[in-house]
Design a protein around this ligand. Structure first.
Ligand SMILES: [Zn+2]
Length: 197
């Protein structure tokens, strides 16, 4: 067998299959040793091996490139959808942050504002920018199950309306009139309120 191998190498160099195996690292130890011995003295076979290795490298690079190109497509969303999802997620985060901020904002208890009739020399006062609960003077009025309050500004424009005891939102500085109505809508009294800066 040894003689046969030697003869073959001397006559026809290393065959292509052996070069291929060697370039892929699939040669047995014995075959590798034999081939390396021949390569040491044969430039033609060295050139063939170089070509094989270059070809293998090119194939590996191409395979890696194809894997890299195909793998993302199989589990990544197309960029258009990914962008829309990211935008939606960002919107949710912004809304949640807003709700959080709104919920964490300290809410001062409303100020209780006692209203006296216009017959009094001075109107009630309240600071601007505070929520209020208006407490109209109901003395000498027939007892009713409920009252309606209407708040108008100096020009008579309605700025708020609600049940007596309801919380009035903060008002800008100015003079206001609060009208007390019966549940049937009858005007019972009018009070003055000055909201001060
Ligand atoms: Zn050779």
């Amino acid at each position: 067998m040894g003689m046969l191998v030697m003869q073959r190498q001397e006559n026809g160099h290393v065959d292509d299959e052996a070069v291929e195996r060697y370039s892929l690292g699939d040669s047995s130890e014995e075959e590798s040793a034999r081939l390396e011995e021949h390569l040491f003295v044969c430039a033609a076979c060295r050139r063939r091996l170089t070509e094989h290795e270059a070809y293998n490298r090119a194939m590996q690079t191409a395979a890696a490139r194809i894997r890299a190109r195909e793998a993302p497509q199989s589990w990544w969303l197309p960029p258009r959808w990914a962008g829309a999802l990211a935008a939606a997620a960002l919107a949710v985060v912004i809304v949640l942050a807003g709700v959080r901020h709104w919920m964490s904002r300290p809410l001062a208890p409303p100020l209780s504002v006692h209203l006296t009739t216009m017959r009094g020399a001075t109107a009630a006062t309240a600071p601007a920018g505070h929520r209020m609960v208006l407490q109209p003077d109901l003395s000498a009025l027939p007892p009713l199950p409920s009252y309606r309050l209407e708040m108008v500004d100096r020009m008579g424009k309605r700025v708020w309306e609600g049940a007596a005891g309801a919380v009035v939102p903060p008002m800008a500085p100015g003079v206001y009139f609060i009208r007390l109505h019966s549940p049937q809508g009858k005007l019972l009294r009018e009070y003055g309120l000055e909201v001060k800066k």
